[in-house]
Design a binder for this molecule. Structure first.
Ligand code: TIU
Length: 225
């Protein structure tokens, strides 16, 4: 697809100037354990429907990115099977009976290679799309994401996925401090908690876009057309 060098997208707090050759779609942690009924998220008592509404808008955005030949990167939160990269504080936090690394509904919880750790089939990465395995909430901590983005000449990120106030917000803040312009489509990010969904987005766009921009994916599609 032939796109202009800069495309203006309606966003808050003001228009976002998307540069197709420099803008990656970064899809955060759309993993079975967070999104599927019977997974780890639901086991913890969370309402997965709050996250599942993001699947279809993410599918449409992913299709648009692929059709335009733009960069797509996926992330997964999880740990090595020997758990040597799992901070003890993270393992015991929450005082849950079932911890990361324990047997769960879809294999060992948040362990790489287990069924629940994998990305949902609806948004499965193509072999050409980098998948970042991250041990923390932010996608930059202890990963090669920054190096990959620099090597690809990426300076802008459209950040989607789950959850809004946890891994999406942490990643947007990390990216912002590294000089990336982040745009977050509200319908493509989800939280188990509606009030955190609302505030998580407000925090990004407040104070003149302190961490980035917020839009709706319809505005991105309208601009790409
Ligand atoms: N990916 C991500 O956000 N990990 C979480 O643990 N999120 C929660 O909301 N718990």
């Amino acid at each position: 697809m032939n796109l202009p060098q800069t495309i203006e997208i309606q966003a808050e707090p003001y228009a976002y100037e998307l540069k197709p050759g420099r803008c990656a779609l970064l899809i955060i942690d759309m993993q079975r354990d967070f999104l599927e009924p019977g997974g780890f998220g639901e086991m913890l008592g969370n309402d997965v429907s709050q996250l599942r509404r993001t699947i279809e808008p993410n599918q449409r955005l992913l299709a648009a990115w692929r059709a335009a030949g733009m960069t797509v990167i996926h992330t997964r939160e999880g740990h090595r099977p020997d758990l040597t990269d799992l901070p003890p504080a993270k393992r015991i936090r929450g005082r849950s009976l079932t911890c990361i690394g324990d047997p769960g509904p879809m294999g060992r919880i948040l362990v790489r290679g287990q069924a629940g750790h994998d990305i949902i089939p609806e948004l499965y990465p193509l072999p050409t799309e980098p998948v970042i395995d991250k041990p923390g909430k932010g996608a930059f901590f202890a990963t090669d994401l920054h190096a990959i983005l620099q090597n690809l000449g990426i300076t802008q990120l459209v950040v989607t996925g789950v959850t809004t106030e946890v891994c999406v917000n942490t990643t947007v803040r990390e990216a912002n401090d590294r000089g990336y312009d982040c745009l977050v489509p509200s319908d493509c990010v989800g939280s188990y908690f509606p009030e955190f969904q609302e505030m998580g987005l407000k925090m990004i766009k407040a104070q003149g876009g302190i961490f980035g921009w917020v839009t709706h994916s319809d505005s991105i599609h309208a601009a790409l057309r």
